[in-house]
Design a protein around this ligand. Sequence first.
Ligand code: SAH
Length: 354
Amino acid sequence: MKEEHPVLKGKTLSELQALCTSLGIEAYRAKQIYAGIYKSRYTSLDQFTTLSKEIRELLKEKTVFPEIKLGRELISKDGTRKFTFDVEPGKEIETVWIPSADGERKTICISSQVGCTLNCSFCATGLLEYKGNLQTWQIVDQVLQVEKIVQDRATNIVFMGMGEPLHNYFSVMKAAHIFHDMDGMGLGAKRITISTAGVVTGINRFIDNKEPYNFAISLNHPNPNARSSVMDINKKHPLEKLLESARRFTQELDRMITFEYVMIPDVNMGKENAERLVRIARSVNKCKINVIPLNTDFTGWRRPTEEEVGEFVSYLRAKAGVPILNRQSPGRDINGACGMLALKGVRNEGSNKN
Ligand code: SAH
C-alpha cells in the first residue's frame, strides 16, 4: 500500500473537498466521491463512473482506497455474527452483527482500538496486548464490510466493541459524523451510541462539543473504592468526578444518559450496592440503567442466576425511579457478547465458517 498517500475512506466531506483541491480536482467532485463510498458503497475506484476516467486515474495514483481484511466469522445460534478483521497485518479487531429476535433492530457493535489500555477485571479485551488507536477509515470500514457480508443495513451502531472510544476521541467522532451525516450513511444520531468506561475529560469534551449521539457510561460499580478494584480507570477518573460529568451531561445537553451495569455476584449485587446504585440514579435523574449479567468466567467470578438478577432488578425498579433495562446478551456461544471480544475460539459452540 502507498502508505504516504491520503486515504479516501473515513474522510468527512470537507476533508475530501480539501483533498480534491490539493490534487487539482474541482471541489464539487468531493460530493460524488463521498456518495460513491457511503451511499453507493463502491469497493473499487473503477466504479466511480460519475467521475471522468482522468480523475479516477489521478485518484488511483495519488490516493489509496483500502479495506480492512476479513479474518474469521462465527455465527451464533441466536443469529449474532462475530467477525475478526485485520486492520493492518498483525492488528486484529472484532466486530459484531446483532439482529434482534423480531428482526427489526440490527445493531453493529464496532471497535475503536486494537485491544485496550484499560484493564477492567471482568472484560476479556483488557487481556489483549494494546496495539493502538484505529483510524477513522478503519472504524467506518467495519460497518461497510459487515453490511456487505450480511447483505443488510444496520439500524443501530454501538461503539461497544474493543477499546475505549474516548481514548480515540477525534477518530471516533469523525466516524460517528459519517454514520450520521445525511450525505454519508444517514443514520439518526440516537441510533449511534458511544460508550465509555469513564474518561471524564472525554465526557466533558463530548458535552462542550454538543455531540448529538447517544451516550453510555459503563458504571459497573457504585462504590468509589470497590470500583477502583475492578476498573483501574477509577483511580484516574474517580466515581465522584464521573457522576459530576454525568449530571453536567443531563443538565447542559438536556438529554438522557445511560449507565451500563455488569452484574457480578458477590461483587456488586448486594443490598448496599443496590442502595448506592439507587442513590446514583436518583441524583442523576435523567438516566436509565442497563443491567447485564457477567458473561465471562475467566476471572473466577460467576454469572448471576436468574433469581439473583430478578431480585436485583426488582429492587432497582421499585426504588430507582428511572428505567431499568435487563439487557439480553446475544452471541455468548461465539464469545461475541459484551466483555467477550478477544476470547476467540474458547469453548466455541457456534459454527465456524472459515
Ligand atoms: N470501553 C468502553 C467500550 C466497551 S463497551 C466501555 O467500557 O464502555 C463494553 C461493555 O461491556 C461495557 O459496558 C462493559 O461494562 C461491558 N462488559 C465488559 N465486560 C463484560 C462482561 N464480562 N460481561 C458483561 N458485560 C461486560
